[in-house]
Design a binder for this molecule. Structure first.
Ligand code: NAD
Length: 499
């Protein structure tokens, strides 16, 4: 069995704590590696070394730093299949999905090739007599990225690329369930020219996260994960005087209006609800058909499509629709929530609880489920299920559907399917959710926009990637200056002084 390591000062380094986490292959249920869990002392050492390395990196001009991003981008492209294989083996997602995970992270690296543009400051000429003002963006120092299991390439890249391109050093703490990809990213960015120590990968659990939050040298924390942990990290980081942006969980609704193209809406719901086994923060987990006829038609179309979904291990070929859940606990939790939905009176139209994957009986598989007649009081509506379960809440009108979305405590993504531009525009304008799709089920913004939810889906300020990321990972300094020699008060040029 493999024993994994940390990445410190440009090399793999074993752990000293004697504590390890099991890393599973979710398709087989086997433990495939042991991951060392760092102590606070190991973290403090990694931070101190990063602080030393950061000084030289910050003094490297932005264009040179951008060239490291260019080389890194090329290497990510060349190693796409290798990275995808590691992601699929640890996470269970299909290979096309794993390649998409790398691709969406790579797109953020590509935008960071334009770091000099994002980092250039502002200038006011003659703000007063002979007075100029300029502002510059300076790196924060050592920053930390704490990431979830479900996008082992994309989210670490969302954190690393803008932080490093801005001249910071980063402590990356990947999920202990899918750590392999982060180590490969560290190796590739070293090959691309990043100096040793500027990126440190420290593996661990709560102990190391708390050590990050309490370390005085760490200036900022970028977190992505579940809402309770996001809220905890935001609170502790802010109390300790750090800049923090913490992105949390989601419950994303898709409204289907009576005038929508019902086949397209059903296709979209199946892809967005069951893709990656529902383990996406932008998955659609609630369908909201408007009107009884819409709901009945949608249920029929969804049911026939769901029955054709192919569940399997990533090794079974590219036509597999989704794989297992991340752990046996995650699978049991999802099964328990489905049981609860039945007890609470929702109609279980498709039941995936008893699905068994032949030849992979110990894997963490569960089949797709569909609930109809769900109400907002039910646990399956209130909880983020994070599994292949789509729930349908019927609404009598657009206003009722909109109110449902607005009243939900999460606000990551949402979508509407309609042929009516007025309704779509009203929805986009009024809904209190950060990312909105119009006839588009998973509206993850492209990498030169920014990504972020509202309400309990995000704590702190500014979004991830795009221009916001450069703002988050830098602080602004503004200089007001004037020069006395050769200038008369009042701003006229003193020609005599030139003689
Ligand atoms: P998680 O909250 O369990 O873990 C995220 C990170 O926090 C991991 O690195 C983990 O080691 C650490 N952590 C876990 N428990 C901790 C504790 N008690 N104290 C300190 N640190 C702790 O999340 P997950 O299960 O890995 O990921 C799934 C969640 O992430 C879902 O809720 C999903 O919606 C969310 N997510 C959100 C976004 C977004 O951008 N909003 C993107 C992807 C995933």
């Amino acid at each position: 069995m493999d024993e994994l390591s940390h990445w410190i000062d440009g090399a793999r380094v074993g752990g000293t704590s004697g504590r390890f986490a099991d890393v599973y292959n979710p398709a087989t249920g086997e433990v495939q590696a042991k991951l060392p869990l760092a102590t606070a002392k190991e973290l403090d050492h990694a931070v101190a070394r990063a602080a030393e390395a950061q000084r030289g990196w910050a003094a490297t001009n932005p264009q040179r730093r951008a060239r490291v991003m260019m080389a890194f981008g090329r290497l990510l492209n060349e190693n796409m299949d290798r990275l995808a294989e590691v992601i699929s083996r640890e996470h269970g997602k299909t290979l096309p999905d794993a390649r998409g995970d790398v691709q969406r992270g790579l797109e953020v690296v590509e935008v960071c090739m334009g770091a000099p543009h994002f980092l250039k400051g502002e200038f006011t000429d003659d703000g007063g007599p002979g007075i100029d003002l300029y502002s510059m963006r300076q790196p924060l120092g050592v920053v930390a990225g704490i990431t979830p299991f479900n996008f082992p390439a994309m989210i670490p890249l969302w954190k690393m690329a803008p932080a490093l391109a801005s001249g910071n050093a980063m402590i990356l703490k990947p999920s202990e369930r899918t750590p392999g990809c982060a180590m490969m990213l560290a190796e590739l960015i070293k090959e691309a020219g990043l100096p040793d120590g500027v990126l440190q990968v420290v593996n661990g659990d709560k102990e190391v996260v708390d050590a990050i939050l309490d370390n005085d040298t760490v200036q900022a924390v970028g977190f992505v994960g579940s809402t309770p942990i996001a809220q905890y990290i935001y609170g502790r980081a802010a109390t300790n005087g750090k800049r923090a942006q913490c992105f949390g969980g989601a419950k994303n609704h898709m409204i289907v209006m009576p005038d929508a193209d019902m086949d397209k809406a059903a296709d979209a719901l199946v892809g967005a609800g069951y893709g990656a086994a529902g383990e996406r923060c932008m998955a659609i987990s609630v369908a909201v058909p408007v009107g009884r006829e819409t709901a009945d038609a949608l249920t029929d179309k969804l049911t026939s499509r769901i029955e054709k979904l192919k569940v399997g291990p990533y090794t079974a070929g590219e036509d597999v629709d989704f794989g297992p859940l991340i752990t046996s606990q995650a699978r049991d939790r999802v099964r328990g929530l489905i049981d609860r939905g039945v007890e609470e009176g929702a109609e279980l139209v498709v039941d995936g609880r008893d699905f068994r994957m032949q030849g992979y009986e110990d894997g963490f598989f569960i089949g797709p489920s569909l609930f109809d007649h769900v109400t907002p009081e039910m646990e399956i509506y209130r909880e983020e299920i994070f599994g292949p379960v789509l729930t349908q809440v019927r609404a009598a009108s657009y206003e009722e559907a909109l109110k449902l979305v607005m009243d939900n405590e999460y606000g990551n993504g949402t979508a509407i399917y309609t042929a009516d531009g007025d309704v779509a525009r009203d929805f986009a304008h009024n809904v209190n959710v950060g990312m909105v799709g119009i006839n588009f089920p998973i509206p993850v913004p492209l990498s030169y926009h920014t990504f972020g939810g509202w309400k309990k889906s995000a704590f702190g300020d500014l979004n991830q990637y795009g221009p916001d990321a450069f703002r988050f990972y830098t602080k602004t300094k503004t200089v007001t200056e004037r020069w006395f020699s050769g200038i008369k008060d009042g701003g006229e040029f003193n020609f005599k002084a030139m003689d």
